[in-house]
Design a protein around this ligand. Structure first.
Ligand code: IN0
Length: 433
C-alpha cells in the first residue's frame, strides 16, 4: 500500500522505477557460463541492488576488476563486522587477509546471510581474482593490505577524536577511493589529475553518511554494539551513546546528529571537485550516483529524530530517479543544490536554534556556490528553484508522458462507463414506452 501511495504521490518516479527494474533484471540475466564469474556477479547483485547495476554498466576492461574489488572489500568488512570472532583471532586475520587473495583454498566461516555465502565460497572469488590483469591484482592486494592493517588498529581502540574518525573512515572508505583511481587509470579510462585527497573525500562522504544513518542498527548489533560516532562529538551531548535511543533524550540526540551532518558536509565540495574531473561517462556515473544518494540520505537524516528509532533512507522511487538521471555534471550540481536547499530550509526553520545552524549554513552555502559556478547560475536563483526539485522535471519527462497516458486511459474508461449507463437508461425508458 505504501508503495502505491508513494507512486500516486510521485508519478514522475514510476518510469525510473520501471527502468531500474528492467536494468536489474538484465543484470541478473547476464551469465558467463563459468561458475567463478557467475558466483561473483550473482553475489554482487544480492548484496548491493542498485550499485551492482552501475558496476555492470562499466566498460568491460574495468567491470570485472571493480566487481572483484567490491567483493574483496566486502569479505574484509565481513570479518571486521563479525562480533562473534574473538579479538585475538580477528586482528591477525585482518592483517593477513591480503595474503589470502592468492590462496585458492582459503575460506572463512563468519558473517551472516549473503555475506556468509561469500565467505564460504571464497575460492570462487579467488579463482576470478587470479584471472584479472596483474596490475589490477596488485592494486586490489595493496589496498586490502593497508585496509586490513587499519581495521585491525581500530579493533583494539575506539574512535575517540575527530582525527580518529577521519583516519578510520580513510582506512575503510578513503583507501577504496585511492584504489579505484588506480584501477581507472590502469584501464586507461581516466587520464586527468585525481589526487589522493579528493579520492579520500569521496570515500569519507559515503562512509560518514552510512555511519550517521546506521546509528540504530549498529547500537543494536548482537552480540555487541559496534559504534563509530566519535566521542569528541557525541560526548558533548550525552553520557553514553545508548542514551540517544531514549526518546527523553531526543533533543540532545538530534543536536549530536546535526553536528555529525556538519562534519560530513565539509567533504561535499571536494567530492564535487573530484567528480568534475572525470572523463569517461560510465566511470562518472559509477562515482556520482553513490555521492548523490549520500547527500540525499543526509538531507533526510538532518534534524530527524527518526534516525534514533528506525531506518531513514530515500524512497526507492527517488533512488531510481537519480539512478537514471545522473549522466552529467550538470545533473549532479542540480541534485546537490536541491538537497543543500532542503537542508538550508531546515536550518532556517525547525533547526534554527541548533548550536551548529550557523556553521551549517556557511557550509551549505559553499556547496550552493560551487553548484552555481558549475551551472553558471547565481546561488540565490538556485536557492529559489532548488526546493522545487529542478532535476525532477528534466529527468522525468517519460514519466510525465506515462502519467498523461494513464490520465487519457482513465478518461476513456469513465466515458465508456457513463455511455453504458446512459444507454441502459435509454433502453429501459424505451421499454416503459
Ligand atoms: C564503493 C563506493 C564507491 C563508488 C564509487 C566511487 C567511490 C570513490 C571513493 C570511495 C568509494 C566509492 O560506493 C559504494 C556504494 C554502495 O555500495 N551502495 C549501496 C547502498 C548502501 O547503502 O550500502 C548499494 O547497495 O547500492 C559503497 O558504499 N562502498 C564501496 C565499496 C567498494 C567499492 Cl569498489 C566502491 C562502501 C564504502 C565503505 C563507502 C567504500
Amino acid at each position: 500500500m505504501g508503495k502505491l501511495t508513494d507512486a500516486l504521490d510521485h508519478p514522475e518516479e514510476i518510469w525510473p522505477l520501471v527502468q531500474m527494474y528492467a536494468a536489474a533484471r538484465k543484470a541478473k540475466a547476464q551469465t558467463r557460463g563459468s561458475p567463478d564469474w557467475d558466483f561473483c556477479y550473482s553475489l554482487l547483485n544480492a548484496v548491493s541492488r542498485s550499485f551492482s547495476i552501475v558496476i555492470q554498466q562499466l566498460p568491460p576492461q574495468l567491470r570485472d576488476a571493480v566487481c572483484i574489488f567490491y567483493l574483496v572489500l566486502r569479505a574484509l568488512d565481513t570479518i571486521e563486522d563479525d562480533m562473534t570472532i574473538p579479538v585475538d583471532v580477528k586482528v591477525p586475520e585482518l592483517v593477513k587477509f591480503h595474503t589470502r587473495l592468492r590462496d585458492r583454498e582459503w575460506k572463512y566461516v563468519c558473517g551472516e546471510k549473503d555475506y556468509r555465502r561469500l565467505m564460504l565460497n571464497y575460492p570462487l572469488v579467488t579463482q576470478a581474482f587470479l584471472q584479472l590483469d596483474s596490475v589490477h591484482q596488485e592494486v586490489i592486494t595493496d589496498i586490502a593490505r593497508r585496509m586490513g592493517k587499519g581495521m585491525a588498529e581500530f579493533i583494539e581502540r575506539d574512535v575517540e577524536t575527530v582525527q580518529d574518525y577521519d583516519l578510520y573512515c580513510h582506512y575503510v572508505a578513503g583507501l577504496t577511493g585511492l584504489g579505484l583511481v588506480h584501477l581507472f587509470k590502469a584501464s586507461r579510462l581516466e587520464h586527468g589529475d585525481l589526487p589522493d585527497d579528493l579520492a579520500n573525500s569521496m570515500g569519507l562522504f559515503l562512509q560518514k553518511t552510512n555511519i550517521i544513518r546506521d546509528y540504530l542498527e549498529d547500537i543494536n548489533e548482537e552480540p555487541a554494539p559496534r559504534m563509530f560516532w566519535p566521542k569528541e562529538i557525541w560526548g558533548k551531548y550525552g553520557r553514553v551513546l545508548e542514551d540517544f535511543k531514549d526518546p527523553a533524550n531526543s533533543a540532545a540526540a538530534v543536536q549530536c546528529l546535526n553536528h555529525l551532518v556538519l562534519n560530513v558536509m565539509r567533504h561535499a565540495v571536494r567530492s564535487l571537485e573530484f567528480l568534475s574531473r572525470l572523463q569517461d561517462i560510465q566511470v562518472f556515473r559509477f562515482c556520482a550516483i553513490p555521492q548523490v544518494m549520500a547527500i540525499g540520505t543526509l538531507a533526510e537524516c538532518f534534524n530527524n529524530p527518526q534516525v534514533f528509532t528506525g531506518v531513514v533512507k530515500m524512497r526507492r522511487g527517488e533512488t531510481a530517479k537519480y539512478m537514471v538521471s545522473i549522466n552529467s555534471m550538470r545533473n549532479v550540481y542540480l541534485a546537490f543544490a536541491h538537497f543543500a536547499c532542503i537542508m538550508i530550509k531546515k536550518c532556517n526553520g525547525p533547526a534554527q536554534n541548533d548550536p551548529h545552524a550557523t556553521e551549517l549554513h556557511v557550509v551549505l552555502n559553499e556547496v550552493l556556490e560551487r553548484c552555481g559556478e558549475g551551472l553558471n547560475v547565481q546561488p540565490a536563483k538556485l536557492q529559489a528553484d532548488g526546493l522545487r526539485g529542478i532535476l525532477g522535471k528534466a529527468a522525468t519527462r517519460p514519466a510525465i508522458a506515462l502519467s498523461s497516458i494513464v490520465l487519457i486511459l482513465a478518461s476513456v474508461v469513465t466515458l465508456l462507463v457513463v455511455y453504458g449507463i446512459l444507454a441502459d437508461l435509454w433502453r429501459s425508458s424505451q421499454q416503459y414506452n
